[in-house]
Write a protein that binds this ligand. Structure first.
Ligand SMILES: Cc1cc2nc3c(=O)[nH]c(=O)nc-3n(C[C@H](O)[C@H](O)[C@H](O)COP(=O)(O)O)c2cc1C
Length: 213
């Protein structure tokens, strides 16, 4: 990819309102989209998230009813619910440290300092602070997914227009330690989705991106 391709993809993408329900994302493309979630960065690398890919059409119908009846929920090829972890407790931090040891083959003791820092800053932090922090991490993954989709010329819609508490109930998340924060629909735009023809509305670049010299 070169600059021109990337710029073109960024301009091509838009928050798709209407999907062509007959078009499905290929397995090959989905595998790459999945990787963009899996490889997303997070603070400390701790990954306080999960991503639910909703394949069941009946569940999608139920979710649509609590998503302002937005048709993307049922008509998109793939529908991903972003969950954030409510608490980052010492057990979870230990699980993450064990994973570093396993993947990198380093001695567990070499991570004692790092682990202590995570316990201090995450496990001991007030619940509300962790909730906000965890949600932010999920949005980074959302950005990675949206960008990867655009580069593959796959349409996507980031979505917050939904009742997250109702999602948690429908998806049986009570007691799991995870909660819904947002979703992303993915697939192919309907040729009659008029939103694809709208000009992008952004404040003038120099009022948003400023240089401190
Ligand atoms: C976090 C987030 C939540 C959004 N929620 C919805 C939504 O529920 N439904 C929808 O149609 N668009 C939703 N949007 C799309 C925005 O309205 C859209 O990105 C914005 O107007 C800019 O337009 P563009 O993405 O087409 O360039 C959401 C966007 C973001 C980033």
């Amino acid at each position: 990819m070169n600059h021109a391709n990337i710029k073109e993809a960024l301009e091509w993408r838009y928050a798709t309102k209407r999907y062509d329900a007959t078009k499905k994302i290929s397995e090959n493309d989905w595998n790459l989209l999945k990787q963009s979630l899996h490889l997303s960065p997070s603070s400390y690398g701790v990954q306080p998230w999960k991503f639910l890919v909703i394949e069941n059409p009946e569940v999608r119908e139920k979710l649509k009813a609590v998503s302002w009846n937005q048709t993307q929920v049922t008509d998109a090829s793939h529908y991903v619910v972003f969950l954030y972890k409510q608490e980052v407790d010492p057990q979870f931090i230990q699980k993450f440290v064990d994973r570093i040891v396993e993947v990198r083959g380093v001695p567990a003791e070499s991570l004692d300092g790092y682990k202590g820092m995570m316990i201090e800053n995450l496990a001991k932090a007030p619940d509300e602070k962790i909730r906000v922090w965890s949600q932010r991490q999920a949005y980074i993954a959302m950005g990675f997914l949206l960008q990867t989709a655009a580069l593959l010329k796959i349409d996507a819609t980031p979505m917050e227009g939904l009742d997250a508490t109702a999602y948690d109930k429908i998806l049986g998340l009570e007691g799991s330690g995870y909660k819904t924060v947002a979703t992303v629909a993915l697939g192919y735009r309907h040729p009659e989705d008029s939103f694809q023809n709208l000009k992008k509305v952004r404040f003038a670049e120099d009022t948003i991106i400023q240089y401190v010299k």
